[in-house]
Design a binder for this molecule. Structure first.
Ligand code: NAD
Length: 257
């Protein structure tokens, strides 16, 4: 399938899942805008590297997804948005009574409200182009809960609900809106946690992965960023044109338990 002629914007994409999705969209032929809140040479080099690898136009646009104006400015600066992937996200773990208010506000702003602002700015562009895809990166925690992650789980359940509303508001148009719900994904951040977890529980790295990190993932395997990217590319395909307002779990069976 070719996404030639389409422009994709992926928020929070200078690492991890967002970067994996940006690479797979570029591999499928899309021009891509990658983003984060930093503005380092490495960010612009990364854009050049993806462009060289796949022969599409790739730009890095700095924008802090905790700020409503910056979310909207990202879309405006890109100038075109056929595929919007709302991926930027942060985490904080603490019991509710100790959960810092500023952490709650930051998580709701970055993991949820940013998607409202980018979608509001992108929909007119999709309507003008006569085609669009909104892909929100939720989580298995958009469908289930765990203790001590109140803000993250509220935001991820929220973004599942937002996806459904956008789907209904665009139902009669060639635009779809869905949420991808990953389980545990092998990102550089997670890779770093493997030896740390092994040390903490006095286990081998293999035991730490199987017994602690993948406790809730029945497949006992991490999902990969390439699999997430492939799922995003599928949602952009003609085969997925009637898939809207729903969730796709990429979680090794987590939510089947
Ligand atoms: P990551 O930390 O590697 O990536 C997060 C990205 O968001 C980074 O590029 C970071 O620079 C960016 N970001 C953070 N704050 C930002 C801000 N204020 N403005 C702009 N960009 C910002 O983490 P990841 O694991 O790749 O997570 C990506 C998404 O996937 C998140 O929404 C996360 O909740 C979700 N997710 C991850 C997993 C997992 O196991 N890794 C599982 C389920 C869902």
């Amino acid at each position: 399938m070719s996404l030639e002629g389409k422009t994709a914007i992926v928020t929070g994409s200078n690492s991890g899942i967002g970067l994996g999705i940006a690479r797979e969209l570029a591999r499928a032929g899309a021009d891509v805008v990658i983003n984060s809140f930093t503005d380092d040479q490495a960010d612009h080099d990364l854009a050049r590297e993806i462009a060289n690898d796949h022969g599409t136009e790739v730009r890095y646009i700095q924008a802090d997804m905790s700020k409503p104006e910056a979310c909207r400015a990202l879309i405006e600066r890109a100038g075109r948005c056929d595929i919007l992937v709302n991926n930027a996200g942060i985490q904080h773990v603490a019991p509710i009574e100790e959960f810092p208010t500023e952490k709650w506000d930051a998580i709701i702003a970055i993991n949820l409200s940013s998607a409202f602002h980018t979608t509001a700015a992108a929909l007119p562009m999709m309507r003008k182009a006569g085609w669009g895809r909104v892909i929100n990166i939720a989580s298995a925690h958009g469908l289930t809960a765990s203790p001590f992650k109140s803000a993250y789980i509220a935001a991820k359940h929220g973004i599942v609900g937002l996806s459904k509303t956008v789907a209904l508001e665009t139902a009669k148009e060639p635009i779809t809106a869905n949420a991808i719900c990953p389980g545990y994904v092998l990102t550089p951040l997670v890779e770093k946690q493997i030896p740390e977890t092994a040390r903490k529980y006095d286990m081998t790295e293999e035991e730490a992965v199987q017994k602690v990190m993948l406790e809730r993932q029945p497949s006992k395997e991490f999902a990969t960023v390439e699999q997430l990217g492939g799922t995003a590319v599928f949602l952009c395909s003609e085969a997925a044109a009637q898939i809207t307002g729903t969730t796709i779990s990429v979680d090794g069976g987590w939510t089947a338990l």
